[in-house]
Design a binder for this molecule. Structure first.
Ligand code: UDP
Length: 562
């Protein structure tokens, strides 16, 4: 059956079920965004022309909302608890539905079991049985539940699973044997999935797939209206929980000299003691009212927590400047409680690294809050700065739809790995040294790799400086690391072509390989495909890094990747 774009979301709202506060929040959001989704669908349909898209049978099992995993979120929806995850799940459901796929949504273990065909009263089915879904979207909680209740079929079908994983899972933490041997301990288990099966909220390491969410887009009229209606001295503080205000008196004092400060902190009957009297606290607002508040404000200010949520993107999309603190030293799972136990070594240099690195000035100012002068100077400068509402394409409905479409169309983790591409030219190598001799390129006459995605002709490979991760080495060159190119690059050939004088070449299991080790000029190749990793660095190694180009505003896709 072909998938047909949909524009009416009322059936999806029924599929989402009811009862829980979290579902009510999600459904309101979906309803509000219907028109934007429909427009985006129309545009994508035009762009794709008449390519064939198969309708997939998809199960969406939202594990963190199940009672069995404690469902700690639903009761907090009205109390300022995290809403980012719900924003993202609502948008994933909408995108899958709009793309025309057949959906089942489950938020309890019982529903999960009945959809998987596990007989009632049985803990799990010991026999492998046919799975009625092509794809399953879930989270770490759901993954655990499936493992417990699918018996042997879990192993057989896990290649169909996609794990929504806010902060990401790096390959070194995903590979059970390697993680255990080398101390990449986590609270989340080792699943030996293809790292691309983990889908993140922001484009962290390209080892995972970037899923994202959407922020509401403004039309020209709305943009003009906003520009006219801005109060240049109005600031909104980022964060719904009172605890983020603790110890922030100094900054609030400075800020209040220049601006009227607003907050959206949840409270029961009285003003939370952490929020000073001169702050106008609106309490937790319904999402549309929060957007209205942002439309009037000039500044959205972060005090260091929460990390990497949707709200700063919404603020910037509504014409605010986002001011946030730089973290020095950077925070990570090694030195910071919040990130401890998370399966990533990523260093977080500010409250919202995406805003800092992908958006930046004039919309985003990242300053050292320990330096009061720098903080005060930033506020003064921001008050003088004119900014336009801005939303990166990848966070629009169109961008998200295009990205999910591409994943569904091209990502296949059940297929046997494609054989190394056949050689070209006299050297028998599928790549050649670029004319300026700095990096490798795909040889013009190398044979195509059928079904490979992204297509290898966008490969550009460098030997990175010692201590540099491939994520950074590629970004330095305006490109992005592409882990699916590692297998074609993981060969002695590549070192030869790059004219690296290897004393010896060995195959070993290591998440930084392929690499050249210093001193000694030893070249190492990767023995375990699951350990290919864009993330990670060591001063001992110069890593061999596969990079590719990307579409402007859509880092997940290369040019010609759709
Ligand atoms: N939000 C809201 N009411 C408010 C403040 C925020 O509905 O008073 C919404 C906001 O629109 C955003 C969501 O809460 O989409 C998540 O915001 P945040 O960035 O704080 O991330 P979280 O920590 O909740 O995941």
């Amino acid at each position: 059956v072909q998938a047909v774009f949909r524009s009416n979301l009322s059936h999806l709202l029924e599929l989402m079920g009811s009862g829980k506060e979290s579902l009510i929040f999600m459904k309101k959001r979906t309803k509000r965004l219907t028109a934007q989704w429909a427009t985006a669908a129309q545009r994508l349909a035009q762009k794709l022309g008449d390519i064939r898209r198969d309708q997939k049978q998809i199960l969406v099992h939202i594990g963190f909302l199940t009672e069995e995993s404690g469902d700690v979120f639903s009761p907090r929806v009205l109390k300022g608890g995290p809403l980012g995850e719900m924003v993202q799940w609502a948008d994933i459901l909408a995108a899958l539905y709009i793309l025309g796929h057949s959906l089942r949504v489950t938020v309890s273990l019982k529903e999960l079991q009945s959809n998987l065909g596990v007989p009632p009263g049985r803990g799990s089915c010991p026999l492998t049985m046919p799975l009625p879904f092509d794809l399953i979207y879930t989270d770490y909680h759901g993954l655990q539940q499936m493992k417990q209740h699918m018996g042997l079929s879990f192993k057989k079908y896990r290649c169909r699973i996609r794990v929504i994983d806010t902060f990401g899972t790096e390959p070194a933490y995903n590979h059970e044997e390697y993680a255990t041997l080398h101390g990449y301990r986590t609270n989340w288990g080792y699943w030996n999935l293809n790292p691309k099966q983990f889908m993140t909220m922001f484009p962290h390491t390209p080892d995972n797939s970037f899923m994202g969410f959407v922020s509401e887009e403004l039309n020209e009229t709305e943009k003009q209206l906003i520009k006219g209606g801005k109060a240049s001295n109005m600031a909104v503080v980022y964060g719904k929980e009172a605890s983020i205000w603790k110890g922030k008196e100094k900054f609030l004092g400075i800020l209040s000299k220049y601006m009227e400060i607003h907050g959206t902190v949840y409270y029961e009957s009285q003003r939370p003691p952490e929020v000073p009297a001169f702050v106008k606290n609106h309490g937790l607002l319904p999402q549309p009212e929060f957007q209205q508040l942002l439309r009037k404000a000039k500044l959205f200010i972060g005090f260091g927590f929460p990390y990497e949520g949707p709200a700063p993107l919404e603020a910037i999309a509504n014409g605010c400047v986002f001011l946030q603190s730089r973290f020095s030293p950077p925070r990570s799972s090694l030195n910071h409680e919040f990130f401890r136990g998370k399966p990533t070594s990523r260093e977080v240099f500010s409250q919202h690294p995406y805003a800092e690195n992908f958006i930046g000035k004039p919309h985003v100012w990242t300053v050292d809050y320990n330096n009061s002068e720098e903080f005060e100077a930033a506020i003064k400068a921001i008050m003088e700065t004119q900014v336009e509402p801005y939303l990166p394409y990848e966070y629009t409905c169109g961008g998200m739809l295009e990205r999910i479409h591409a994943y569904i169309q091209h990502q296949d983790f059940c297929a046997a790995p494609s054989p190394a591409p056949a050689g070209a030219g006299a050297s028998g190598s599928p790549f050649v040294l670029a004319p300026n001799a700095t990096h490798l390129e795909w040889a013009r006459n190398a044979s195509a790799v059928p079904g490979a995605w992204p297509p290898p002709h966008s490969l550009r490979a460098w030997l990175a400086a010692a201590g540099r991760a491939c994520t950074d080495a590629c970004l330095d060159r305006g490109l992005v690391c592409e882990p699916s190119f590692f297998p074609i690059l993981n060969s002695q050939e590549a070192f030869v072509q790059l004219q690296v004088p290897c004393d010896s070449t060995e195959w070993e299991m290591h998440h930084l390989y392929p690499a050249l080790a210093q001193p000694g000029q030893e070249c190492y190749l990767q023995k375990e495909p699951l350990l290919f990793s864009c993330a990670g660095s060591s001063s001992k190694y110069q890593r061999l890094c596969p990079c590719r180009d990307f579409l402007k505003g859509q880092v997940a896709l290369c040019q010609g990747c759709l």
